[in-house]
Structure formats: C-alpha cells, structure tokens
Design a binder for this molecule. Structure first.
Ligand code: ATP
Ligand code: MG
Length: 607
C-alpha cells in the first residue's frame, strides 16, 4: 500500500543525536569494581528465574551484571521512575548486562492490568527492552509465590521465623521505638514444629484475616526497628490479578523483594534511599536462604540512590491519582502531568528524558532539580529535530490593499521556506510550501497604531517583511464601534519576495510571522503552564491541591500554515517565535489540528 504524503508534510524527522557525556558515579564505580574483582563471575543462569538448584543446572551467566526495574503496578509511571529506568537499563546496557522488568505485584488489592500495560508501554517508549530480548515477557513477583512460601517454611523449620498471634496493637506497642528496645512476643518461643503447623493452617485458610502473622525471628532489641522481628507473611483473603484465589496469605514487600532479586540472579539491586534501613534485613534474609541452600551464591546486593525531586512537580503515585480522580486534570496522560504518558503527550521525546536522567546524575544526597533543567533537555533535542512552521496564535487580518492591482486579482503567490534552518551534517532540509495572497493573518501584537518606543513592527508608515514572503508597508487599520482593530492595512512592495534577486532591495528592521488566509488551517492550540504555583507543592505535608495553578491551561483558536495543518499525531514543530509544539496524540487529526505547547523557546522559569 502506498500512502500519499503531501510534499510539505514532515513524514520523517531526521535522526539527530543529543549527546551528553556519561559521567562516572558511585554506582558505576561499584559495578566496575565488582567486574574487576569478578565478584559475580561464577554465577550460573538457568535461563529463567529460579532457585539455587535451577541455576546450578544452567550455563555461566552470559550477562555480566543483572539489574532490575521493579514497579508496583498500582499507577502510572512518572518522571522519577524514568530516572530509575534510565539508571537500571542504562547501567545494564553500558556494562554488558541485562536489566529485568519485574512487576512487584505481591500486594493483591491495589494492582491492575491497566497499570501493567501502561508500564510496559512506558519502558518500551523510553527505548529499552528487558529480560535479555526484545520480545521477552516481563517477570512477575507473583510467579514466585510458591518459592516464597517454601522459603518461609524453611525459615520456620530452621528456627528463623514464628507465627505471632498478638493483636496489631500489641505488636505495635511491643516493637518499642528509637529509644526503647522491643519486647518479645509471648509466641516467640514456640517450637519450629508448632510454628510450622500454625503456618500451614494460615495457608489453608483456617484463620481469620489479621488474626496472626509470620514473623522473622531476629532481634527485638536491634537499634534498627526493621530488624525487630519484621512480619513476613499475613493472612489476606483477596483475589490477586495473576494468581486469583490460590492464596489467602501474601508475603510482605520487605520479604518478597530480596527473594525476587535472588531468584532472578540480580547482581546490583538499585533503589531509592528510603530503603536504606531495609538493607540489613535484605542481607539477613538472603544469608539465611543461601546457607539453607535455597538460593545461589553470591547473593544480590542493594545500593541506594536519592530519588528525584523536581520543582513544581509532584512525584507520588498516590497524589497524582488524586489529581486524576478529583478531575483536577483530564487524566493520567494530561499534558500537565509528570507521568510518562503525560510528558509524552506534552511533546517530550525519549531522548530528552534519557539526557535529563544522565544530566541530573546519581548521588546519595537528596536535592531538588529545577524544572528548567528538564525543559532545557527537551528544547535542546527539539532544536535539532523539530520542523519549523508559522502559526498565528492571536490572529488579526492584514489586508494588502494594492495586491489585486500589482499582483493580479485573486493571485496566490507560492512561497517556500526550509523546514530545518540548520539541518544536521549530511541531512538536506525538506521545504515547506505555502501561498501569499491579498489577505494574511498576523499576530495582533505585531501592529501598533501608535508605536511604543523602539517598536519595529507594523505601524503606519513602517515597512516590515512577511517572513518568506514580501516586504510590506503599513498604511493604517480599520476598527469596529468599540475601537477594536478589525483589520490592519498595508501595501505590498512588488519584487521583494524572499529568495529572489530583489529581496534585499528594500531594507527593513523586522520580519514578522504570518499565515495566508487562503491556505491557513484553523487549529486549536493548548498553551500549558506549570501545574503548581509553588516550587515544592507537597513539602511539609502541605495541601498540594491548594497550590494548583488556575491558569495552567489556556486554549486559543490559532491559524497555522499548511505544513502544520497536515501534521500527524505526535509530530513536533517549532512554531517560529512561539516555542515547540506537538500535534496532540489524542485529539489531533490531520486537517483538524490540535497542538500542545511542549516548551517555550527560552527559559522563562523563575522570571
Ligand atoms: P510512588 O512513591 O510514586 O508511588 P513508588 O516508589 O511507590 O513510587 P514503585 O512502583 O515502587 O513506586 O517504584 C519502582 C521503582 O522506581 C523503585 O525502585 C523506586 O525506588 C523508583 N522510584 C520511584 N519514585 C522515584 C523517584 N522520584 N526518583 C527515583 N526513583 C524513583
Ligand atoms: Mg513503592
């Protein structure tokens, strides 16, 4: 099948690479050190996740390192997750490793396949594939429930876990706090045989939800509260999106996560700093299961980095969900949302987000990244790639009163301009075609009846160039009864068309953008501003809803040149002088265009 593409339609945007030098960071140093020492060189890989016996039957692991990105499918991914994705997939790529996409779906209540699909799309769109091949299925933590249960039985048998029947309140009270050691549960000294019997009863549905939990038996006096016999299994009669009603007990996240990593032979388990206090339990658990022969050696190691905080942005799935469910935005993919689907719809490119992740770096100290850093990455990317076009966002009609006389009645003169004024080496810029006639649209602000000081555009007696067209001389305007300008009047200076020998014969101080009345296409243009007025919208428990910017979306009826009118969904452009715009992925249709402002031409933040 052939599709006809108008000559001025940007069918393909040339590939231009945005380069950012890769700087070293503490994670790279850890990995390089492990590779030097051969820390993981002896690992086997059984071809799929599995226990020690499974991997022992496999081959030496072809992946030099294994990392993972383990989202909980309980919402849409956001810019913070993009950082984590770029770190985990980027390190695996750079060091000859493999990164796993794993759904951390051990919590039956909050998860949904809608989120699963959106996460798959987001990771693919960012440019990564997982689990060692382009068409591999993501891993799912819930596939490991059998092993987790077996591992828990082992811990019970080895005296490392017990069933606790204290109430939630008793357990909380007996856990102590920073200054006060915990108190042993009266159930802590049960024998392994008694505990095993109880645990089996839990699994068989013989006890009420919440009536007892399985706890690791570690140290109730530990200065780290996470080591004071953390719960590892709870009773919960809930249908799971993957395992249905097979289980009425579910592992706790802190127990499940290290096991998931170990079954997948992860070498470097990278997470955000809030998990730092969990690391001792992570290590404790994997040591127990390794010494029991259930898991292979050496175990994965956890390393923490600081989460992304971006000014004027919220990065909490729960709070983002609130914006969606309270209809403060149009959905998860509202172009003002910091979700990956929102950023994509706003006009962000995968390359711009990858460069952003690289540029903000990886550290262990919490800090705020300025929103302008993110916008700068997009601007740099689109500067190279986006085709240029003219759009009039606040139109007023300009009438060339001598046109019929000097050019011929009804004449339309074809004009061209390059789509890329500075094409990358070896790329020839396509041309855009449009026409000029007696009437064109110009920006209302490009005419002043009485010019202010220094004003160089249209005012009676002044000459300017219509970009890519002719030099014109302003003669005045017409107004309605309220004094509002209805038409700007000018005469065309013949033989001054851009690109012809006479173009330079008349000198002008300004060139203005315009769109022909004959071939201009009406378009809806959505002008977005920051969603929040405050730089740290949810800091210190603030009600972030209060900080919403009431003017974060303004819709204007614009007129765009034909090449923009023929755009396809997702095509990105620089509207000359206005900024970068994208044809909306949802509402745009060729011939009935809808554009979103992606980013302005200059950094306007904090000004
Ligand atoms: P949220 O708090 O928004 O719900 P989360 O941490 O609960 O996010 P997960 O699905 O558990 O979401 O996250 C998957 C991975 O993304 C985790 O490894 C987590 O550490 C990382 N991550 C989440 N938010 C950020 C952030 N702001 N910056 C960097 N990494 C993040
Ligand atoms: Mg989380």
């Amino acid at each position: 099948m052939t599709t006809s593409t108008p000559a001025n339609t940007p069918a393909a945007v040339p590939e231009a690479a945005l380069e950012t030098a890769k700087t070293s960071n503490f994670l790279r140093q850890i990995i390089e050190n492990d590779l030097d020492k051969g820390t993981y060189a002896s690992r086997q890989w059984g071809g799929t996740p599995g226990d020690a016996a499974h991997h022992a039957k496999g081959q030496p692991d072809p992946a030099r390192i294994r990392t993972r990105f383990p989202p909980e499918p309980n919402g849409y991914l956001h810019i913070g997750h993009a950082k984590s994705i770029c770190i985990n997939f980027g390190l695996a790529r750079d060091y000859g490793g493999v990164c796993h996409l794993r759904f951390d779906d051990t919590n039956p209540e909050k998860e949904d396949t809608e989120y699963v699909n959106s996460i798959i799309d987001a990771v693919k769109w960012l440019g990564f594939d997982w689990n060692g091949s382009a068409d591999a299925a993501p891993y799912q933590a819930s596939d490991y429930f059998d092993f987790m249960y077996r591992a828990a039985e082992y811990l019970v048998e080895a005296g490392h876990a017990y069933v606790d029947e204290q109430t939630v309140e008793q357990m909380r009270a007996n856990r102590g706090d920073f200054g006060k050691p915990g108190v042993d549960s009266p159930f802590r000294s049960r024998t392994p045989a008694e505990n095993l019997k109880r645990f089996h009863e839990m699994r068989n549905g013989e006890h009420e939800d919440g009536s007892m939990v399985l706890r690791a038996k570690i140290d109730m006096a530990s200065p780290n509260i996470n080591m004071r016999d953390p719960a590892i299994y709870r009773i919960r009669r809930a249908t799971h999106h993957n395992t249905g009603d097979t289980w009425c007990i579910y592992p706790m996240y802190t127990y499940a996560h290290p096991i998931e990593d170990a079954l997948e032979q992860i070498t470097h388990s990278l997470c955000t700093l809030e998990f730092e206090d969990q690391r001792p339990f992570y290590d404790w658990l994997l040591e127990r299961l390794t010494e029991g022969g259930l898991l292979g050696n050496p175990p994965p190691r956890q390393y923490e980095f600081s989460r992304l905080n971006l000014t004027y942005v919220i990065t909490s799935k729960r709070k983002l969900a609130q914006l969606v469910y309270d209809h403060k935005v149009s959905g998860w993919d509202d172009p003002r949302m910091p979700t990956i689907v929102g950023l994509r719809r706003r006009g962000y490119t995968p390359e711009s987000l990858q460069v952003f992740a690289e540029r903000i770096g990886v550290t262990k100290s919490d800090s705020w990244i300025d929103y302008s850093t993110l916008e700068g990455c997009l601007r740099e990317d689109l500067e190279l790639k986006a085709f240029r076009g003219m759009a009039v966002l606040n139109p007023v009609k300009l009438v060339l009163t001598n046109w019929d006389e000097v050019m011929g009645a009804g004449h339309l003169e074809p004009c061209t301009l390059p789509s890329l004024p500075h094409p990358p080496e070896g790329v020839e810029s396509p041309e855009r075609h449009f026409t000029i006639g007696k009437e064109v649209w110009i920006e209302r602000e490009d005419f002043e009846e009485v010019p202010t000081k220094g004003y160089k555009r249209l005012f009676p007696g002044n000459k300017v160039r219509l970009k890519g067209g002719y030099v014109i001389e302003c003669t005045g305007c017409t107004k309605d009864a309220d004094g509002k300008i209805t038409e700007v009047l000018a005469t065309v200076v013949p033989d001054t068309k851009s690109g012809t020998p006479g173009a330079d014969s008349v000198k002008v101080k300004a060139a203005i953008t315009w769109v022909g009345v004959a071939d201009g296409v009406p378009a809806e243009v959505r002008i977005y501003d920051r969603l929040f007025l405050e730089a740290q919208p949810d800091a210190g428990g603030k009600d972030f809803i209060e900080g919403l910017n009431p003017n974060s979306l303004k819709t204007v009826a614009a007129i765009v040149e034909p090449s923009l009118g023929h755009a396809h969904k997702d095509d990105k452009f620089q509207f000359e002088r206005h900024g970068y715009f994208v044809a909306d992925r949802v509402d745009h249709q060729p011939g009935k265009p809808v554009f979103n402002l992606a980013v302005g031409l200059k950094d306007s933040w904090g000004k």
